[in-house]
Design a binder for this molecule. Sequence first.
Ligand SMILES: Cc1cc2nc3c(=O)[nH]c(=O)nc-3n(C[C@H](O)[C@H](O)[C@H](O)COP(=O)(O)OP(=O)(O)OC[C@H]3O[C@@H](n4cnc5c(N)ncnc54)[C@H](O)[C@@H]3O)c2cc1C
Length: 639
Amino acid sequence: MATPAVASIHDISLPKFCKTGGAISVRDVSSPESIVSKWLSSFESTLSSGKVSELPSLIHEDGWWRDQLAVDWEFHTKRGLKNITDLLDGRLSKVGFRNLKAHETGQFAPKKETPIEDLEWVETMFSFETKVGTGKGMVRLVCLPNGIWKAHMIYTALQELHSAKEIAGYHRPHGGNNSLKGGTIEGNWYERRERQKEFLDEQPTVLIVGAGQSGLNLGARLQSLGLSVLIVDKNERVGDNWRHRYRTLVTHDPVQYTHMAFMKFPDNWPLFTPKDKLADWFEIYASAMELNIWLRSTIKTAEFSDETGMWSVEVTRGDGSTRSMKPSHVVFCTGHAGEPRVPSFPGQDSFTGSVYHGSQHKDATFQGDVAGKKVVVVGTGNSGHDVAQNYYENGAEVTMLQRAGTYVISAKTGLFMLHEGLYDEGGPPTDDADIFGQSLPIPVQFALNVDGTKRIAQAEKESLDGLRKIGFKIDFGHDGSGIYRKYVTRGGGYYIDVGASQLLIDGKIKLEQSPDGIKGFSEKSLILADGRELEADVVVLATGFDSMNTTLRKAMGDKIADRCKEVWDLDDEGEINAVSTNPLYWMMLLLINCVDVATFWPPQTVVHGWQSGIMPYLLEVPGAPDQGTRRGPGGMIDW
Ligand SMILES: Cc1cc2nc3c(=O)[nH]c(=O)nc-3n(C[C@H](O)[C@H](O)[C@H](O)COP(=O)(O)OP(=O)(O)OC[C@H]3O[C@@H](n4cnc5c(N)ncnc54)[C@H](O)[C@@H]3O)c2cc1C
């Protein structure tokens, strides 16, 4: 079953470019290198001449260009020659694309690919320069019946500014006493760090809220650009965001997919990280990256002045003191979801058992001895399954309640198929994997995922059939596109199976369906909409979370929150909502490295925290080009 197709502007049909479609032939692609080299050199001439009128000879009528900061300070997905031309018209000479070079070796050197039947292209990763910096991109070329190669998809991402190199590699700090400004008389490294952490001598330019993986990564990258960054977190210790989760939690994503900036997980790190180990790593990371973190701290008040373009923020610290500051940027890294979505039902007060939201679940044992106790878990997403499994393993009689279909993919098979060849042992460098991963327009990814989802379902047929047999409703998502579209458009609706599916199939965990939901509680039971009663000692509401806007509203108040757009799902162009044009900017971050950061900032400055390869981009980076590059009022770029 796929989610009923409510038409979306992001539903696309993939074109056919193949020899049967009258185009490519094996002979044509005997030298992908020369096809790419010829096209790339014509493309570079056109870009540098600024003649958009020449683009039709290079880009397919129905081609795509996805750009992350190379063309302007926005993320764009443009489909169709006309929209691409409109984006570039008048801008090309200002951008100054040059030195386009295809990768010569490795996984992303020119090669023929057949992502799905009847769709063949020659693809390559390439590097480029612009007037302001350097970047990487991908191009996918298709052969038309007349033998001419044109780009069907172009991706460009700016990675580094010429004027603000990261303080890393060749530019790493010296570290010796003589390199310290003013010498050791003004403090050795340790003494300076102590003053820096407290911001005794300066104001932070960037204030980051949240010291989870996003805040830590972004802090490390911005500091490496020479910016002064303060991170505040309400928790007692860095890593508590993972420590406080349920006892048995282990990440669902493999290690190759979760590296952090500058400091990769060691080679002997487990494939999947237990939560407390990850928490400890975050502490080590924060110390190694010299991040300035105030713990048990939150925002008390925040105001943004449209006149000065500055924030006035009061931070309440753990000791109860308050500190006022005027950062140029405030970045929200408070998690990809917002506050727990906790429904309440008629009669709940009269229920004699315990009811709690999945986010509060620590471990079944924290309810005392649960052997033989009746537990109902409402919801069949990740948390619901994990909680149900945890109760079952502690001897409880567990029933899961399903209202609508859930996508199921196993951690042992499907998940590896998703990351195969990209984020696995022997895979390409993470930065390149990230560029590749972002290089397809999201609607194209959705469409391609349909085929991948079918292949995964085939590989997991036995388990899926077993689930169907017990009445579990499986939903393969919109058009059968699987996990990614579900994640981007609704932030849930799937289970990455780490064992609970077999328990359901074996009848060790029971399953009840209630398409119309819950009517209420009686003293001893949960009452379903159709009147059936499920006797229970414990009811866990694994009902998910609101969007992160709710956390923003709670922390920053209505005035700021009202200026921000809802996050998630795609905007009209096909970029994830809030990663595109907004007066106050938003992105979100996950544990994975292909992630964005919940970010908002005043209109005339721009911060982008993106995957490992792409610059956290801040126009106030010392020495960054600012003529004609700042965002003008209303979020338009004034190049
Ligand atoms: C059970 C579970 C399992 C998961 N497994 C995976 C997985 O395997 N792979 C994966 O990619 N993702 C997983 N996720 C999602 C994962 O949590 C996020 O991907 C990741 O934690 C997001 O990192 P973050 O830094 O954006 O937010 P978080 O890790 O949520 O960190 C946010 C931080 O902000 C702080 N904070 C929030 N509000 C405020 C405030 N007002 N003031 C001060 N501080 C504040 C919090 O204390 C916290 O430290 C899982 C989530 C859950 C719930």
